[in-house]
Design a protein around this ligand. Structure first.
Ligand code: MN
Length: 130
């Protein structure tokens, strides 16, 4: 399910905007408002990428990233943290927790989808096709 994205994000406006932008570009988005429900979905779904907010209730994003990496099916699933612009230290901590990269909050509607897409294995180029 390369074009399915699991989004773990507690802020409804951010969920709405990110879902709108991604779905407009052909992705299917499944979202969860906190870490435990996101992990539950991740155990039964094979998304092409997981978008992970860092500031979450119940479990923070670092704990969620570590727990995701404990799930065998997600040892290599791209995980992209969503971190606040001001919180510079968050990025290093997110990478240490197992994330592959990060995008900054607030989401920039002009660059968000492209920023996410580069973490998903690229579609075949026309020249690669038989
Ligand atoms: Mn949050």
């Amino acid at each position: 399910m390369k074009h399915t994205i699991l989004m773990i994000e507690d802020n409804e406006q951010n969920r709405y905007l990110a879902t709108y932008l991604l779905e407009k570009n052909g992705y299917t988005v499944i979202s969860a408002p906190d870490g435990p429900s996101g992990l539950e979905i991740a155990r039964s779904l094979a998304p092409g990428l997981i978008l992970l907010d860092i500031q979450l209730p119940l479990m923070d994003g670092y704990a969620v990233a570590r727990a995701l990496r404990q799930i065998e099916a997600h040892h290599r699933t791209p995980i992209v943290a969503v971190t606040s612009y001001a919180m510079v230290g968050d990025r290093e901590k997110a990478l240490e927790a197992g994330c592959d990269g990060y995008v900054e909050k607030p989401i920039n509607p002009d660059t968000f989808v492209a920023d996410i897409a580069r973490f998903i294995s690229p579609r075949p180029k026309p020249t690669d096709r038989p």
